[in-house]
Structure formats: C-alpha cells, structure tokens
Design a protein around this ligand. Structure first.
Ligand code: NAP
Length: 298
C-alpha cells in the first residue's frame, strides 16, 4: 500500500479487463467486489454477458479501453496478447496503464510495451502464480515486472487479486513466471510418471501419496494434485494445452539465450504426445492418464 488509508477509502479508477477465461473471470469478479468501476471484454460474448448489470460490457477491445485509466489483460498466449493490444491501441487513453497478467514470454512483453509506449501509454507485466482457487479467493501471487511508480499506481487494482511481488523491470515478471512454469512442469511430470511407476510395481496410490507427503519430497502441489488424481478429477483448472504453450515459451526463451535445457525438451515432447492422445482439455494432471496408458495400467 502507498498510504495508510483503509483500502475502502482509496480512490477508485476506471478499469478495463480483457479476457474472461478460467482465470480472468474470477479475477474480474474480485475487482468488482472491491468496488472498482469495471468494463469487461471477451472474444466470445457468452463469457462477458455473465457480467451483465455489474460491469459495462464492451463490444471490442477498443470499446473496452476508451475510458480506462488501467487496462488488465488475461489472455491465452502471445498471439492473443498481440492481437488484443493491436486492436485497442487506437482507443487507448493518453497515460493509461496496461498490465499484462497473461503468461507469455519476455519478448512478447517487450514488443507490446514498445507498441503501447508509442501510443502514449504505459505497460508492465504481472503474470500470476496460482490457479483457479486462489484466483477466486484473491490470493494469487502477482509477479510484477516494471517501474516501482507504475506498480504503485496499480496497487489497489492488483491487490484486489492477490499479493504483489516486484521481481524486476518490464519483461522480468514473465521471465520469473517461465522459471516457475519450468519448475512446476518438472515437478508435475516427475510426480505423475513416478506414480505410474509405483502402480506398475503394485503399490497403492493413496499409500504412495501418504509416503511422499511424509518426507522431504512433500509439496503443496503434490498434496493438492495427488488428491485430485486419487479422486479421478481431470476437469481443468489449467489445461494441458496451456501447459504445452508455457513449455514452448520456456524452450523458445532458453534457445534465444543458447541454453539447451534437455529435460525441458523431454517434457515438451511428453506434452506433445498428450495432445496427440486427445488430452489437451484435461487438467495438467491428465498426464497421469498418458503415463498409465504407456504403463498399460487399467
Ligand atoms: P482460458 O480459460 O483458456 O482463457 C483464455 C482467454 O484468452 C479467453 O478469454 C479467450 O477468449 C482468450 N483468447 C484466446 N485467444 C484469443 C485471441 N486470439 N484473441 C482474443 N482473446 C483470445 O485460460 P486461463 O486458464 O484463463 O489462462 C489465462 C492466462 O493465464 C494464460 O496465459 C495461462 O497460461 C495463464 N495462467 C493460467 C492458470 C490456470 O491455472 N488456468 C494459472 C496461472 C496462469 P475466448 O473465451 O473467446 O476463447
């Protein structure tokens, strides 16, 4: 917080929120709950009409941003971010602040930041760690890359969605997010592959989960995802298709820095096979189904 005032007395700003998917919709809900005057836009109209009566529903990205001091993007991938930024540029308010909370790569952030600056507005990246549950409860970890003054300017907006951590300058939020997604992909791929290996040896799934949680390899990720695997709940918080997109971004970013990352390549190849097996719309724990198939488990 940049003042000692209670949050409810802080001035409200006109906020445009573009991208109301699995993450964007609950994040936008939290902004409304905190009293921000919100305009929403989503490519497919059905998701924005759910906000009827509580937010202004915009007909296009340019209609969304025409009165907004702060613009939040929560979109699927670099192509979506470029398309939406290009579409809204002509209508951006001078000195507006655009915050990209999607997961893309630092190169996309720097390119979009340059386009927005050329239009007379500001831009920083603030991707999030955490999935649908913390998005609903306003407890995301927000990895902000940008000038302190710009992050402070958006603080009441960001703090409606989670806890803000400044990790560096523009682009570094995405760099940090790719570090987390590379780490998470190694953890989750290792976890699901090892559980299939254990089942192949005749071990009970719940006994394995209990043994993992008791020792040095325990993790909140394994606890929450392990429970869902045990219950056979593959409905997505984050899809395998998005996980593949993230690993492609990790590989592309690493390649540009001459860092080969062979284990990342192996994970990317596993994810490509998951897509070919028709698991793209599964939650990321859908990898369990792929490994169980390879292990010829029932
Ligand atoms: P999602 O449910 O698939 O939503 C994606 C959003 O992007 C939708 O609003 C979609 O519009 C929009 N979109 C896609 N392509 C577009 C295009 N070309 N032009 C305009 N809009 C486009 O994804 P999500 O789970 O909310 O994730 C959003 C972002 O957060 C992604 O970058 C993801 O990697 C990241 N993230 C996700 C999680 C998670 O657990 N789900 C966690 C942290 C970060 P339509 O509705 O019209 O398709």
């Amino acid at each position: 917080m940049n003042s000692g005032q209670p949050r409810d007395l802080l001035p409200r700003t006109g906020v445009a929120f573009l991208g109301l998917g699995a993450m964007g919709a609950p994040m936008a809900e939290n902004l409304i709950r905190r009293g921000h005057a919100l305009t929403v836009w989503n490519r497919s109209v059905k998701k924005s009409s759910a906000f009827e009566g509580r937010a202004r529903i915009a007909s296009s990205p340019s209609d969304a941003v025409r009165d907004a001091e702060i613009v939040v993007l929560m979109l699927a991938d670099p192509a979506a971010v470029h398309a939406v930024v290009d579409a809204m540029l002509p209508a951006l308010v001078r000195n507006a602040l655009v915050i990209d909370m999607s997961t893309v790569d630092p190169e996309t952030t720097r390119a979009c930041s340059a386009k927005v600056h050329a239009a007379g507005a500001d831009y920083f990246d603030a991707p999030v760690s955490g999935s649908v549950v913390p998005a609903k409860s306003g407890k995301l970890v927000i990895l902000a890359g940008g000038a302190i003054a710009q992050i402070d300017r958006a603080r009441t907006v960001l703090e409606a969605m989670g806890e803000v951590r400044r990790v560096g300058d523009v682009g570094q939020g995405m760099a940090m997010k790719l570090v987390l997604n590379a780490l998470g992909a190694h953890m989750l791929t290792g976890f699901t592959a090892a559980l299939a290996f254990g089942r192949k040896q005749g071990l009970d799934l719940r006994i394995m989960l209990d043994a993992i949680s008791a020792g040095a390899f325990s993790s909140p990720l394994f606890a929450s995802k392990g429970e869902r695997i045990a219950r056979g709940e593959f409905t997505p918080d984050c899809t395998l298709a998005l996980m593949l997109k993230d690993q492609e971004l990790v590989m592309k970013t690493a390649a540009a820095l001459d860092y080969p990352m062979p284990t990342e390549r192996a994970i990317r190849d596993v994810l490509v096979q998951a897509m070919a097996a028709g698991l793209g719309d599964d939650d990321i724990i859908g990898l369990t189904r792929l490994f169980e198939k390879w292990a010829a488990l029932p």
